[in-house]
Design a binder for this molecule. Structure first.
Ligand code: BES
Ligand code: ZN
Ligand code: ZN
Length: 483
């Protein structure tokens, strides 16, 4: 694992000569700050007349950043505003070659301070190691200290680890397939999870054949690299859940569409098609590193979807691991085929809950864009509601789509049990219904096709892989573990 270059630490006293961020939610000037008359006039003008939420003072030996977030509809909206303001401070600090920042906020609650720290850590991510000028381009900012006597070390460790996990997921997504095929992905994930204290096992082609994972094998026929099926586990002694939570993540290391070849530029971003696998791996990493008392398993079926001589073609009928037959009418609807086998495999754990993460359909993105996650649940209403609340807390919001049975009509085949496409309407839902067919447990599916990968940088979510879903599920599991 590439280590995060920014460190976060807790101190109880700040150095007045260092760069400092003051968070003020009360609209008053921080009492610790002594300003000259000119500075005070400037700040009041910026704050009261121009309504600026971020005010910067250049003290030549150091910078002072004052955050005056506008009043918000809810605490969650305020926290997100602070993450974004923090990202702006981080950018400014890097542009000015600053190496360290202190964060404080006397009258502010601890969640606000942590949101600022998180915004800076996530914003400071770069994926530049393939550039010859990487050394010159690297961010100067390396040290963040939180100055507070209300926070404890656990809070700081939690924010560092969940940020680090998110950035690791981004790294895995940003690596192209010529640097990370299915085998390399499985190895990289396993190494990191073992180092964090979890277990990792990788099923190879022979085992996948022996298990008759017909979906994964069909998609893999067009590849010159073998598929993998990675199983991760974190099983602490005093887990709060007798039955495990199982995470399933789509690991298509590259999606060309296969014979149903993707048109034009839509193929350019398809290294991101293993983002679900990256997300679930990073969740296990965070949970194991922080030793949450939750029994957790992750399953990551992985292959590329390409077209060599013997690739699967539209019209093929395949038999899935659980015996279901599927008429393949579009080789670009490959994600549901490899996930179906993983969802069948999950039954053997008798799971409390299964969470599936996948860049599954363009349809999800057309419906809601990259501002949230399309999610569907069956038999998991309470878990879903709790996840939706976490979605607001970490600003990875869920939009629930229905799992109505009428949609299943669209994926019935005349010559097999199912077909792998459901027509032009409701594509994200018919994909979800396809997956649901292979489940017999409380199930939630997250279609992250749009928010998993951004072609234009967006504040602390950055450019490229976002690592979406990691902070969401961590927040949910942490709250679940403490009840
Ligand atoms: N990997 C794609 C979905 C995707 C689209 C991910 C855009 C990220 C950004 C998936 O395998 C796919 O191609 N889905 C098809 C399904 C269709 C053929 C039923 C789609 O959405 O077009
Ligand atoms: Zn596809
Ligand atoms: Zn795909």
């Amino acid at each position: 694992m590439r280590t995060i270059s920014t460190t976060l630490k807790l101190t109880n006293r700040f150095s007045p000569q260092g760069n400092i961020i003051y968070i003020t939610t009360e609209n008053t000037l921080p009492s610790q700050l002594v300003l000259s008359e000119d500075e005070e006039n400037y700040v009041n003008q910026q704050k009261n007349v121009l309504k600026n939420e971020l005010i910067m003072l250049n003290r030549y030996s150091h910078w002072i950043y004052l955050l005056f977030p506008k009043s918000a509809k809810s605490e969650y909206v305020l926290l997100e505003n602070l993450r974004k303001l923090a990202a702006k401070v981080g950018d400014h600090a890097n542009q000015n070659g600053l190496t360290s920042l202190q964060i404080t906020g006397e009258e502010t609650n601890t969640a606000c301070i942590l949101a600022v720290a998180e915004g800076i850590l996530l914003n400071n991510y770069q994926f530049i190691q393939y550039r010859s000028d990487a050394e010159a381009k690297i961010n100067s900012l390396t040290e963040i200290s939180v100055v507070s006597d209300k926070l404890d070390q656990n809070d700081i460790t939690r924010i560092s680890v969940t940020s680090q996990a998110t950035l690791w997921a981004r790294d895995l997504v940003n690596e192209p397939v010529n640097k990370l095929n299915a085998i390399e992905l499985a190895e990289k994930i396993s190494e990191t999870i073992r180092a964090a204290g979890g277990k990792a096992e990788v099923l190879n082609l022979q085992k996948i054949e022996a298990l008759k994972m017909g979906g994964l094998l069909a998609v893999n026929k067009g590849s010159i690299d073998p598929p993998t099926f990675t199983i991760l586990e974190w099983k602490p002694d005093h887990a709060v859940n007798p039955n495990p939570v199982v995470l399933v993540g789509k690991g298509v290391v590259y999606d060309s569409g296969g014979y149903s070849l993707k048109p034009g530029s839509s193929m350019e971003t398809m290294k991101c098609d293993m983002a679900g696998g990256a997300t679930v791996s990073a969740i296990v990493y965070a949970v194991a590193s922080l030793k949450l008392p939750i029994h957790l398993i992750a399953l990551i079926p992985a292959t590329d979807n390409r077209l060599v001589g013997n690739a699967y073609v539209p019209g093929d009928i395949i038999t899935m691991m659980d015996g279901t037959t599927v008429e393949v009418l579009n080789t670009d609807a490959e994600g549901r085929l490899i996930l179906a086998d993983a969802l069948s495999y999950a039954k053997k754990y008798n799971p409390m809950l299964v969470l599936n993460f996948a860049t599954l359909t363009g349809s999800a993105g057309r419906a809601i864009g990259a501002q949230g996650i399309v999610a569907m649940q069956s038999d998991a209403r309470d878990f879903y509601d709790s996840l939706a609340e976490s979605g607001h807390a970490v600003h990875e919001r869920l939009v629930e789509f229905p799992m109505w049975d009428e949609y299943k009509e669209q994926i019935k085949s005349k010559i097999a049990d199912l077909k792998n496409i459901g027509g032009t309407e409701a594509g994200a839902i018919t994909a979800g219904k396809f997956l649901e067919h292979f489940t017999n447990y409380p199930f939630i599916h997250f279609d992250i096709a749009s928010p998993a990968f951004l072609e234009k940088a967006d504040s602390y979510r950055g450019l490229g892989g976002t690592g979406i879903g990691v902070r969401l599920v961590f927040d949910f599991l942490k709250k679940f573990a403490s009840v």
